[in-house]
Ligand binder design. Structure first.
Ligand code: ATP
Ligand code: MG
Length: 354
C-alpha cells in the first residue's frame, strides 16, 4: 500500500465545495485500486478565520504544512477582505514559503465541451508561469499619500537564478511533449532591462536543449496568436504577470474557468507542491451546490502525477473525459448538473474502469 499525506486547504466560497468533491473522487480511486491510500488533513485557513482571528495561517502553520507530500487547495477570496491581503497572506505565503517557483497550467478543450472559439479543438498548451518573482515581487512603495503629487511604484524583480530555473523547467517540460515546442513570451521591445535579461537567459538555456523547437512572441501579439493560430503553440513560458493574464484567456478559450487546473511546483521537492483549480471563490454561486468540480478533479490528476501515481492519474482523467463527453455539464458550461451529480458520475466511471 502506497500512502500519501495530503494537506487540504479548501479556503473560501466554492473552494469548499469543489475540494470536498475532489476528495471524494480521490477516495474512490484509492478504494477501487486497493494499492494507494490518501491520508487527508484539513486546514481551515480561510477568510472566515482571518476575520475572526486576524490571520490566515496560524503560528507554526507552514512548518506543519511542510511535512505533507502535497497540498490540495481550493480558493481564497472574500468580499470582506481586500484581495491583496488574502492573496499575499495565504496563497503567496505558501507559494513563496515553499519556493513553488513553477506554476504549470495545461489548457485543452475536453471532449463534449464547446468553446466559443472556432478551431479550439486544436488547443493543447501548457503555460509555464514564473511564480516567485517578476512583477509580483511585492517590491515598491507609495509616497505623498493622498496628495496631488502622490506616486506609487511597483518594481519587477528578475534575477538570473530565478529566470534561469524557470526556463530550464520549461525546456525540460517541452522535451516530454510530442511536439517539443517552446514559446518564449516577453515584452522586451518596450521594457529594456529585466525583459531583455529574460530573453537572453532563454537563449542561453536553449543551447542545452537542441531538440526543442523554440519560438518567440511579444505578450500583446501572443493573445492574437492564441485566438487565430492556436495549433502553432505547445509549451509557453512567461513571467508571473504575463502568464497570469494569458492563462485566464487560455481557460476561457478552452471552455470555462470552472474546468482549468494548475500546479504550483517546487521541482526540487525540498518542499511540498500545491495543486488548485484556477477559478476563485466565486461567491455569486457559492453554497448552492452548482459549482463545476471538474477543475478540482483535473487538479487532482496533476497532483497524482506529481505523486508518481501515473495509473490513477490516467484513470481519473479518463473518468473526467467520459463525463464531459456525455455532456453532463454544470451551469458554467451551459448545463444544469449539480456538483454532486458530476462527482457521482465521475466516481461511477472510475468504478466501471476497474
Ligand atoms: P476570486 O475573487 O476568488 O477570484 P471571483 O468571484 O472573482 O473569485 P472567479 O472564480 O474568478 O470568481 O470566477 C468568475 C466567475 O466565473 C464566477 O463569478 C462564477 O460565476 C464563474 N465560475 C468560476 N468558477 C466556477 C466553477 N467552478 N463553476 C461554475 N462557475 C464558475
Ligand atoms: Mg477572480
Amino acid at each position: 500500500m502506497r500512502k500519501h499525506r495530503i494537506a487540504v486547504i479548501p479556503g473560501d466560497g466554492i473552494g469548499l465545495e469543489v475540494i470536498e468533491a475532489g476528495k471524494k473522487v480521490l477516495e474512490e480511486l484509492a478504494e477501487k485500486s486497493g494499492e494507494i491510500q490518501f491520508d487527508f488533513k484539513d486546514f481551515d485557513w480561510s477568510s472566515k478565520r482571518y476575520l475572526e482571528q486576524g490571520h490566515y495561517i496560524p503560528e507554526g502553520g507552514l512548518d506543519e504544512l511542510k511535512t505533507f507530500d502535497a497540498i490540495y487547495f481550493g480558493a481564497v477570496g472574500s468580499q470582506e477582505v481586500p484581495d491583496h491581503v488574502s492573496l499575499w497572506d495565504l496563497r503567496l505565503a505558501i507559494c513563496q514559503g515553499f519556493d513553488q517557483y513553477a506554476n504549470v497550467r495545461p489548457a485543452r478543450v475536453l471532449p463534449g465541451v464547446t468553446s466559443r472559439l472556432q478551431g479550439a479543438d486544436k488547443i493543447d498548451w501548457v503555460i509555464v508561469r514564473e511564480n516567485s518573482e517578476g512583477e509580483y515581487s511585492g517590491n515598491g512603495g507609495r509616497v505623498h499619500q493622498g496628495l496631488p503629487d502622490e506616486i506609487g511604484t511597483e518594481v519587477s524583480i528578475f534575477s538570473r537564478k530565478g529566470v534561469e530555473r524557470i526556463h530550464r523547467f520549461a525546456f525540460e517540460l517541452a522535451m516530454t511533449r510530442p511536439r517539443k515546442k517552446l514559446l518564449l513570451v516577453t515584452k522586451s521591445n518596450a521594457q529594456r532591462h529585466g525583459m531583455v535579461l529574460w530573453d537572453q537567459i532563454f537563449f542561453e538555456v536553449a543551447r542545452d536543449f537542441p531538440e526543442v523547437e523554440i519560438q518567440r512572441e511579444l505578450v500583446d501579439a501572443v493573445t492574437t496568436r492564441m485566438v487565430l493560430k492556436p495549433e502553432t503553440m505547445d509549451v509557453i513560458v512567461a513571467t508571473n504577470l504575463h502568464a497570469d493574464i494569458i492563462s485566464d484567456l487560455a481557460a476561457a478559450l478552452s471552455g470555462s474557468l470552472g474546468i482549468a487546473p494548475t500546479a504550483n511546483l517546487n521541482p526540487e521537492r525540498t518542499f511540498p507542491s500545491m495543486f488548485e483549480p484556477i477559478h476563485g471563490s466565486a461567491f455569486d454561486i457559492a453554497g448552492q451546490g452548482i459549482a463545476n468540480p471538474i477543475g478540482a478533479f483535473w487538479t487532482a490528476v496533476m497532483m497524482l502525477e506529481h505523486l508518481g501515481e501515473e495509473t490513477s492519474a490516467r484513470r481519473l482523467m479518463d473518468a473526467i473525459e467520459a463525463v464531459t463527453r456525455s455532456e453532463l455539464h454544470a451551469r458554467d458550461l451551459g448545463g444544469a448538473a449539480t456538483t454532486a451529480e458530476i462527482t457521482d458520475a465521475v466516481c461511477q466511471h472510475i468504478d466501471e474502469q476497474m
